[in-house]
Design a protein around this ligand. Structure first.
Ligand code: B4P
Length: 186
């Protein structure tokens, strides 16, 4: 199965992907996790990406395309994928389609988690307490939500036009949402 997981920051994409990947037997590819690892390791990509991430802005499309091309070309992706955090704007959505056509690994389904904004701010404030991620401060979270509304929300329309989109209610317990996603995957 080749799945793109969409939804605002804090909607539970990473949380749910970690639960689904074993059941589906496909790798979970999170661009956020790949970027945080690059920052931690001090790679040239990490050094360039850090300022944008800390401000809650998107890292440049050019850097992201290089990262995703490298990851999607790895042998484990032949089994399928659960892509989390990419694409985050329309240019990335188009670039991803081109890449996946080239690899003959097109998207089967785009699942979009819907969560209200108050709940997002609450979840990320809690994660800030627990994990101390530099982009979970209230000010940066508000900016991430604004970036989401302006740049990422249109991506759901892109997949709707292709008849690949399915929206899933992302409110409730982690287990409830996991059940809904499993049902949506059929
Ligand atoms: P991401 O790592 O993708 O950050 P995120 O949107 O917050 O999602 P995440 O998966 O971490 O959180 P989740 O919703 O699961 O991106 C971080 C940054 O990297 C971006 O701001 C950007 O700068 C950069 N970036 C990444 N991809 C990029 C791209 N394609 N282009 C450009 N830049 C890019 O969980 C959030 C919290 O909620 C967790 O603490 C979790 O425990 C909790 N939670 C989850 N489900 C819950 C539930 N049902 N109830 C209560 N709490 C729940």
């Amino acid at each position: 199965m080749r799945i793109v997981l969409l939804g605002p920051p804090g909607s539970g994409k990473g949380t749910q992907a970690a639960l689904l990947k074993d059941r589906l037997g496909v790798p979970h590819i999170s661009t956020g996790d790949l970027l945080r690892a690059a920052v931690r390791d001090g790679t040239p990509l990490g050094i360039k990406a850090k300022a944008a991430m800390d401000a809650g802005e998107l890292v440049s499309d050019e850097l992201m395309l290089g990262l995703i091309e490298e990851r999607m070309g790895a042998p484990d992706v032949k089994a399928g994928y659960l892509l989390d955090g990419y694409p985050r704007n329309l240019a990335q959505a188009r670039a991803l389609d081109e890449l996946l056509d080239r690899l003959a690994l097109p998207v089967d389904k785009a699942l979009a988690l819907t969560v209200d904004e108050e709940q997002i701010v609450h979840r990320l404030a809690k994660r800030a307490e627990q994990e101390g991620r530099s982009d979970d401060t209230e000010e940066v979270v508000r900016n991430r939500l604004a970036v989401y509304r302006e740049q990422t929300a249109p991506v759901t329309g892109y997949y709707a036009e292709k008849q690949l989109l399915q929206e899933v209610d992302g409110m409730g317990s982690i287990e409830e949402i996991n059940q809904r996603l499993t049902t949506a995957l059929g």
